[in-house]
Design a protein around this ligand. Structure first.
Ligand code: FES
Length: 534
């Protein structure tokens, strides 16, 4: 893979990249965005870089319009007009101001959402080229995708951290905070509404998009995120008797949101209702996006997150549950953890001499380990005999210290414990759903892995520690952010909206904690070994 070496603000960074996108688009998924105001069509002249070494191709007509010949001869170019194919060394002359919002790392995140065709939704009159915004409210991240409604054409997307994290990494802590304090509840709602506004402003500024064109906003999320956004019934979600019942998490009035976001004053805001107290509309959207009940069966769907949602389609019945495994898959609470972004160790390979090789996302400086890196690291440590399947380091060690990308990192016993608990909760969910549907784990013909966690996941590593069933790798689909993809589908197409309603009507809910033998099953699944197949 070619490498982009970027100098900005006196520091130099190496970024491996897949050729194809423009230099601006490659930089947009990193911390090193270049200033931009025209959607990268060469009209604003802001995205200036200086090519220090490497082949950047001939200057385009747009570049000759914006850059004097003297600048061009010094190597000054427009990042949106360069499509690098080989190693390239550039300096960013006009860096964008720091922002919480970036483009998602690759199209996988949207599971091909960009390629959706023209929808059939009703179009508002009076708005030229109306836009529609799809939003996935995740516990850790917020993801947004903007479309031209008439053509079903993707325009832009953004992702950033959910600012509610200051109230806790997991949904239970946030729900408890909201239930105990009206001020905290109000603030958590305000934070998310403001964050969506910031993301929209980032799109408007960088892509030259008039926000008054946004004529509809469709939102999905887990039940807790929807309740905290709407400021309604958060306390009900803390009571187990409501986990398998519908809980009203829909807002009463969204006119204030519309005004704050600066979108068309008549814009529709459609918050898709959760299925039940512990299963949100994000799962339903994911099942729509993957055409879950239309493909091979029996099929398993897992949306990894702080509250992982799991579905099983037997071919006749759709069973759904949620496994509260904690935020380990998103690396929250993990001492050496970080999100799956530039600087994260995402893959760990064993070397012939018994040592380990660490692969880092998009940058040569390691800053931590993301969820898939954690799975790989644990699997490799078991393989090389440094960690036992019960999760203990050998020879009384309290952790595993390693150095990579100029950084010292340590995987602690507590980190391993958190991953064991998270994967045990998933294991219980898989086995209980299979058992209830009368399907054995080895019969599964399709396994869909959703969520940012799955993007870099090594299937064999995940199977070796019991995180995924032992099915042939070609039956496992790493589907990316299916919640956002399904949200886009529902926003654009009445057919997809109908599919979601159908799924809602046939889904049968199971509360894992109420299943006989739950404790024993959980203890059994704590072992870092392949999932039992019966
Ligand atoms: S000229 Fe506007 S982004 Fe490049």
């Amino acid at each position: 893979m070619p490498v982009l070496v970027v100098r900005v603000n006196g520091a130099t960074h190496s970024i491996p990249y897949e050729p194809g996108p423009s230099l601006r688009d490659i930089l947009d998924v990193t911390e090193y965005r270049v200033r931009s105001a025209c959607h990268g069509i060469g009209a604003c002249g802001l995205c200036r870089v200086c090519v220090i070494a490497g082949e950047a191709g001939e200057a385009t007509q747009n570049e000759r319009l914006h850059l004097l010949p003297a600048l061009l001869s010094q190597g000054v170019r427009l990042a949106c007009q360069i499509r690098p194919k080989q190693d390239l060394h550039v300096e960013i002359l006009n860096p964008a101001p720091p922002s919480n919002w970036k483009s998602p790392p690759d199209a996988t995140l949207l599971q091909g959402a960009h390629k959706r065709g023209a929808g059939d939704r009703w179009l508002p009159s009076g708005v030229r080229h109306p836009g529609g915004l799809a939003v996935d409210l995740g516990t850790t991240n917020l993801c947004l995708s903007l479309f031209d409604l008439a053509r079903g054409k993707w325009l832009a997307d953004r992702w950033g951290r959910n600012p509610q994290h200051r109230y806790g990494a997991d949904v239970v802590t946030r729900l408890a905070a909201a239930s105990g304090s009206p001020d905290a509840a109000q603030e958590m709602s305000r934070l998310v509404i403001a964050a969506i506004g910031e993301a929209l402003l980032d799109i408007a500024t960088r892509e030259g998009f008039d926000l008054r064109r946004v004529a509809c906003v469709t939102l999905v999320g887990n039940s807790a995120m929807l309740a905290l956004l709407s400021g309604r019934n958060a306390e009900l979600l803390l009571r187990p008797e409501n986990w398998t019942r519908p809980v009203d998490c829909l807002p009463r009035d969204t006119s204030g949101w519309v005004a704050e976001w600066g979108i068309d004053s008549a814009a529709e805001v459609d918050v898709l209702a959760p299925l039940a107290g512990f299963v949100g509309s994000d799962l339903l959207a994911g099942l729509v996006a993957t055409r879950f009940i239309e493909g091979a069966s029996p099929a398993l769907f897992i949306d990894f997150g702080t509250n992982s949602e799991i579905a099983l389609w037997s071919g006749k019945e759709l069973w759904v549950t949620a496994a509260a495994g904690g935020p380990a898959f998103e690396s929250s609470g993990i001492g050496c953890g970080m999100p799956a972004e530039a600087g994260a160790v995402f893959r760990v390979e064993a070397q012939a001499d018994g040592g380990l090789n660490y692969l880092i996302i998009g940058d040569d400086r390691a800053r931590g380990v993301c969820g898939s890196g954690l799975v790989d690291l644990i699997a490799r440590l078991i393989e090389v005999g440094r960690l036992t399947p019960v999760g203990r380091f050998v020879n009384g060690a309290t952790g595993f210290a390693f150095s990579t990308g100029g950084t010292d990192l340590t995987l602690s016993k507590n980190d391993v414990d958190l991953m064991q608990r998270a994967k045990a909760a998933i294991g219980v969910g898989i086995r209980v759903l299979c058992s209830r549907a009368g399907v054995s784990v080895k019969e599964l013909r399709r396994v869909c892995v959703a969520g940012a966690f799955g993007r870099y996941l090594d299937i064999a590593s995940a199977q070796s520690i019991g995180l995924l069933p032992m099915v042939p790798p070609e039956k496992v689909e790493l589907a990316g952010n299916t919640a956002l993809a399904g949200c886009c589908d529902v926003m654009l197409s009445s057919l997809a909206a109908g599919r979601l309603d159908h799924l809602r009507s046939i889904a049968r809910l199971l509360n894992l904690a109420q299943q006989p033998g739950f404790e024993e099953l959980f203890m059994e699944n704590l072992y870092l070994q392949p999932l039992r197949e019966d």
